[in-house]
Write a protein that binds this ligand. Structure first.
Ligand code: AGP
Length: 623
C-alpha cells in the first residue's frame, strides 16, 4: 500500500533531528560542530558532518553517540573546507549506529544528504533503487534520498533535488551537497522545520535557529514545498517545480539560549506547544487510508489470536497513559486488560503465560522497574511489546517488538508531549490488534480514523483555548493544595494533571476517581483547596457534575475542564477551561492540555525551576 502523505495525517511533524549547513569563507568544520553542539541540548544518539574539502574531496565523519564522540573521532582539526553539512540524529528508522548516522551518500560518494522527518514510502523507493543497481548501505529512510538525487543529477544540484523530492511521501527537512559544486547547498522543507540564515558573504541552513543565531540573526523561515538554493551570502527559493517564490527576511530577536527553547521561557512550555506536531509524528505512516496499521508489530500478528489477557506496565505519567490503554484493550479486544505500576508488578505478578500480551510503556525506555517487569513477563513466556520514545533503549532489547512514539526528544523533566503520544499510540495499537481480530466494526474503525485525523488540529485549538490558564494560575497559585477528579477517560487526565502540579509547583495535589471523593478525600476540600474537575462530554458527564457539586457545597473553588459549547458547566464552575469535542477515548489527550498549562503557570507564579524540579530525574534508572 502506498504510504499516506503527511497532508492526510496533518501538517508538521516534530523536530526529531538537528540539521546544520554552511557555505562561506569560514572554516566550515568548526561552524558545523558548533551548530551541532547547540542542537544537542535535546539529547541525540548519533552525529555526523560532511565537507567538500579544498582538495575537492567529500569528507564524511559520523558516529553513534553524542557530539563529543564525533569530536573525538575528528580530532582537533577538520579538513579545510568552505562548505558542509551536519546532523544530530534522533533515530526513527534503524538503530543508532555509525552506519545509520547521517550524512548519507550516494553510490558515487559525491552526494551527501542530511534529513529530519520520515520518508513514508522509503521501502518502495529502496526496492526500486536496488532493482536499478543502487547499493544502499544503511537501514535508514534517508539514504534513498541520496540515491534519488544521484539518479536525477545532470550537472545541476537544485534540479536533481527537486526531481528527487517529487518522489517522496512523508515529511522532510533536507540539506544536500554535491562534491562537484563546491560552494552550493540545497535545502528543502515539507512538514518539518528548516530555515535559511544569511550572513555577510555566508549562508546557513538549520532545523532550529539555535544552530545559527551565534553567526546571524537574519533568517528566512522556509514554507512547505520550498527548495532553497544557497551560495555564500545568497539564497534563491523556488517551489518543487522550480518556480521562484518570494520569502521575507526576518530578524530573530532571541539570544542563543532562548533560541534553544524556540523563544519559549522553558522547555516544558515549548514541549506543550509541540504536542500537535508530536501527535502528527506519532500517527505518520500509521493512520493510512481508512485504517490504522502499526508495522512494527507485523512479526507478531500470528500470535494475537491467542491473547487472553493484556497487562500494561509503566511508571508515573506512562502509567496514567496505560490506564487509557487498558480501558481500550478491554473494550476493543474483549479480554481482561489492566494497567500495572511497574514497581509493584514483580511483587504480585498476575498469571503470565504465552497467552498474555504485556505492553511496557516508557518514554525513556530506561526506567529500571519497567524493564525488570518486562523481563519477568518475557521469562514467563508472555509476548512483550514496548511503547517507547527511544530507539535503541534498554526496553527495546527486552521486547518482542517496539512501537516508537516518534514524539521527538523531551527535555523538560515533566512529561507532556510524550504523555499524549503514549495515549495516541496505545489507541492505535489497541485499534490495530482489535481490527485484525475482527473485533471492531468498519463503522467504529472509520469513526476512530476520522477522530485521529482531526486530533492534531483539536490539540492546537486546545492550546489556544488554554491561554486563560495563565491568568487563572495567578488566582490559584496560593492554594493550600488541589483535588483533581475524573471518571473513565477523564480519570487518567485528572491523575496526570495532579502529577504535573506536584512535580513542578511542589504543591500537594490528589488525583482521584470522582466516585471515590465521598469515600474520604472530600474532607480535604475547603476554600483553600480547589477542586479541578475533568468534565468533558462523555457518558459519565452527569455523574461527574454531581461530584463537582459536592465540592462546590464544601466552599471549594471549582476549576472545570469542559467541552466547548457546554452551557450548564458555566453556571456551576468558578472557572472553565474549554477543550474541543472529540471521540471519548481521545478525550484524555485534549483534557490534559489545559491541566499541563495550568500546572506550568502555577509553578512559574511560585518561582519554581520548571524544567528541572527538585529531587527529580528525567529517567529513573534505579529501582
Ligand atoms: C512525569 O512527568 C515524570 N517525568 C515521570 O512520572 C515519568 O513519566 C516516569 O518516571 C516514567 O518514565 P518513563 O516513561 O521514561 O519510563
Amino acid at each position: 500500500m502506498p504510504g499516506a502523505t503527511v497532508e492526510e495525517t496533518g501538517r508538521e511533524v516534530t523536530n526529531m533531528c538537528g540539521i546544520v549547513g554552511y557555505t562561506g569563507p569560514r572554516e566550515a568544520g568548526p561552524v558545523l560542530m558548533d551548530g551541532l553542539r547547540r542542537l544537542e541540548y535535546r539529547g541525540y544518539d548519533s552525529a555526523g558532518i560532511a565537507l567538500v574539502t579544498e582538495n575537492g574531496d567529500l569528507f564524511v565523519e559520523k558516529r553513534a553517540g553524542k557530539v563529543a564522540v564525533l569530536q573525538d573521532a575528528l580530532g582537533a582539526d577538520t579538513p579545510r573546507a568552505g562548505v558542509g553539512l551536519g546532523h544530530t540524529r534522533w533515530a526513527t528508522h534503524g538503530r543508532p549506529s555509525d552506519l545509520n548516522a547521517h550524512p548519507h551518500s550516494d553510490c558515487t560518494g559525491r552526494i551527501s544528504v542530511v534529513h529530519n522527518g520520515i520518508v513514508e514510502n522509503f521501502r518502495e523507493l529502496r526496492d526500486e533503487l536496488a532493482a536499478k543497481g543502487h547499493v544502499l548501505a544503511s537501514e535508514t529512510d534517508t539514504e534513498v534520498v541520496a540515491h534519488l538525487v544521484e539518479d536525477a543529477y545532470r550537472g545541476d544540484l537544485a534540479d536533481a533535488v527537486r526531481a528527487a523530492l517529487r518522489r517522496l511521501e512523508g515529511a522532510y527537512a533536507l540539506v544536500v551537497m554535491h562534491r562537484d559544486e563546491p560552494d552550493r547547498l540545497v535545502g528543502a522543507r515539507l512538514n518539518a522545520p528548516l530555515l535559511v540564515g544569511l550572513g555577510d558573504g555566508e549562508s546557513f541552513l538549520a532545523s532550529d535557529a539555535s544552530a545559527l543565531v551565534a553567526y546571524t540573526k537574519r533568517v528566512i523561515f522556509l514554507a512547505d514545498g520550498d527548495v532553497a538554493d544557497l551560495r555564500p551570502g545568497t539564497a534563491t527559493i523556488t517551489d518543487i517545480a522550480g518556480k521562484p517564490v518570494d520569502r521575507p527576511i526576518d530578524v530573530i530577536p532571541w539570544s542563543a539560549e532562548a533560541a534553544e527553547k524556540g523563544g519559549y521561557a522553558h522547555f516544558m512550555l515549548k514541549e506543550i506547544h509541540e504536542q500537535p506536531a508530536a501527535l502528527r509524528s506519532a500517527m505518520a505512516g500509521r493512520v493510512r487510508g481508512d485504517n490504522v496499521c502499526i508495522e512494527e508489530i507485523d512479526a507478531l500478528r500470528d500470535r494475537f489470536i491467542n491473547v487472553s489477557r493484556v497487562e500494561l506496565i509503566a511508571c508515573g505519567t506512562a502509567y496514567y497513559a496505560s490506564l487509557v490503554g487498558a480501558q481500550l484493550f478491554q473494550d476493543w479486544l474483549g479480554v481482561p486488560a489492566r494497567a500495572n505500576v511497574a514497581s509493584e508488578f514483580r511483587y504480585s505478578p498476575p498469571p503470565l503465560d504465552a497467552r498474555t500480551l504485556v505492553v511496557a510503556v516508557t518514554q525513556s525506555g530506561e526506567t529500571a522497574d519497567t524493564i525488570a517487569a518486562a523481563r519477568l513477563a518475557r521469562e514467563r513466556g508472555s509476548m512483550v511489546i514496548a511503547v517507547t520514545n527511544t530507539v535503541g533503549s534498554a526496553i527495546t532489547r527486552e521486547a518482542h517488538a517496539s512501537v516508537f512514539l516518534q514524539a521527538g526528544p523531551e527535555v523538560a523533566v515533566a512529561a507532556t508531549k510524550t504523555f499524549v503520544t503514549q495515549v495516541v499510540t496505545l489507541v492505535m495499537l489497541a485499534a490495530d490488534i482489535a481490527q485484525q481480530l475482527g473485533r471492531r466494526t468498519k463503522a467504529e474503525e472509520d469513526e476512530l480514523v476520522r477522530a485521529l485525523r482531526a486530533l492534531p488540529e483539536a490539540a492546537e485549538r486546545a492550546i489556544e483555548l488554554a491561554a486563560v490558564t495563565e491568568e487563572m494560575a495567578s488566582r490559584y497559585a496560593e492554594a493550600a493544595g488541589f483535588m483533581y477528579i475524573g471518571r473513565a477517560f477523564g480519570y487518567p487526565a485528572a491523575l496526570e494533571g495532579a502529577l504535573k502540579i506536584k512535580e513542578i509547583s511542589y504543591l500537594h495535589a490528589e488525583g482521584y476517581a470522582a466516585g471515590e471523593l465521598k469515600h474520604g478525600p472530600i474532607s480535604l476540600l475547603d476554600a483553600d483547596v480547589p477542586l479541578v474537575a475533568v468534565a468533558t462530554r462523555s457518558p459519565v458527564y452527569d455523574k461527574l457534575i454531581s461530584n463537582l457539586m459536592e465540592g462546590k457545597a464544601r466552599d471549594a473553588r471549582v476549576l472545570a475542564v469542559a467541552t466547548e459549547g457546554d452551557k450548564q458547566i458555566e453556571q456551576l464552575a468558578t472557572d472553565v477551561c474549554w477543550v474541543p469535542d472529540t471521540l471519548d477515548p481521545l478525550s484524555t489527550i485534549l483534557a490534559v492540555i489545559p491541566l499541563q498549562l495550568f500546572a506550568y503557570y502555577v509553578a512559574v507564579a511560585r518561582g519554581r525551576d520548571v524544567d528541572q524540579p527538585r529531587n527529580l530525574a528525567k529517567s529513573v534508572t534505579v529501582e
